[in-house]
Design a protein around this ligand. Structure first.
Ligand code: GDP
Length: 215
């Protein structure tokens, strides 16, 4: 049977799905390093972007399959989904329709893969003042046993936690951590990358949502 170190040796295919304009491309670009590799698969209209994360288990490579704008036109071929080990479903908290469309994206994952894979639901653009999808309205992940994170690719809020969560799930190592230098982003301002901060972020994300809004 595969051990966590075996898993670390091969790239993990990650689906990145959500409506056009929610911030998928920007999100992957946030993780871009000097070693960033990008491959375009014309038959599928997909861009595969490789991200490397040095972790406490060695380097782990993720292949992020980005639909590269095709989501705007509907049809995504089954070849896009085949072999995926996990997925990131993204919506924009300033656009209700992008949250409403999440089940449709998820249905396609389930239809093609036919079994449960780890999924992270991300509500992006939490930096915007006119948030339309409030934290208490975000419930889709609960009944599906997915993880949820508020994120902002603009401010780098929670930008490593979705990847850390998925890698931990796939390796089966809940204590796996990123090594400090792993997530340096050329565009990041002052990102805290210490493992303590990851742990704190993960812990707070796993606690019940506290609703402190006055509406
Ligand atoms: P995609 O179509 O899902 O790949 O979305 P893009 O990555 O192209 O982003 C669409 C637009 O949203 C761009 O103008 C981005 O600059 C903007 N955007 C992406 N992430 C954020 C964010 O966290 N906050 C804000 N305010 N804008 C964002």
């Amino acid at each position: 049977s595969a051990t966590a170190t075996d898993i670390a040796k091969r790239p993990i295919k990650v689906l990145l799905l959500g409506d056009g304009g929610v911030g998928k491309t920007t999100f992957v670009r946030r993780h871009q390093t000097g070693e960033f590799e990008k491959n375009y698969i014309p038959t599928l209209g997909v861009e595969v972007k490789k991200l490397k994360f040095p972790t406490t288990l060695g380097e782990i490579s993720l292949e992020i399959w980005d639909v590269a704008g095709q989501e705007r036109f509907g049809g995504i071929r089954d070849g896009y989904y085949i072999g995926a080990e996990c997925a990131i479903l993204m919506f924009d908290v300033s656009s209700r329709v992008t949250y409403k469309n999440i089940p449709t994206w998820d249905r396609d994952i389930k239809r093609v893969i036919g079994c449960d894979i780890p999924v992270v639901l991300c509500g992006n653009k939490v930096d915007l003042m006119d948030r339309q999808v409030k934290p208490e309205q975000i419930v889709y992940h609960r009944k599906n046993n997915y993880q949820y994170y508020d994120v902002s690719t603009q401010s780098n809020y929670n930008f490593v936690n979705p990847f850390l969560y998925l890698i931990r799930k796939i390796t089966g190592c809940p204590n796996l951590g990123f090594i400090q230098s792993s997530v340096s982003s050329p565009t990041s301002e002052s990102v805290t990358t210490s493992m303590d901060a990851y742990e704190a972020e993960l812990l707070s994300a796993s606690l019940p949502t506290v609703v402190d809004e006055d509406d």
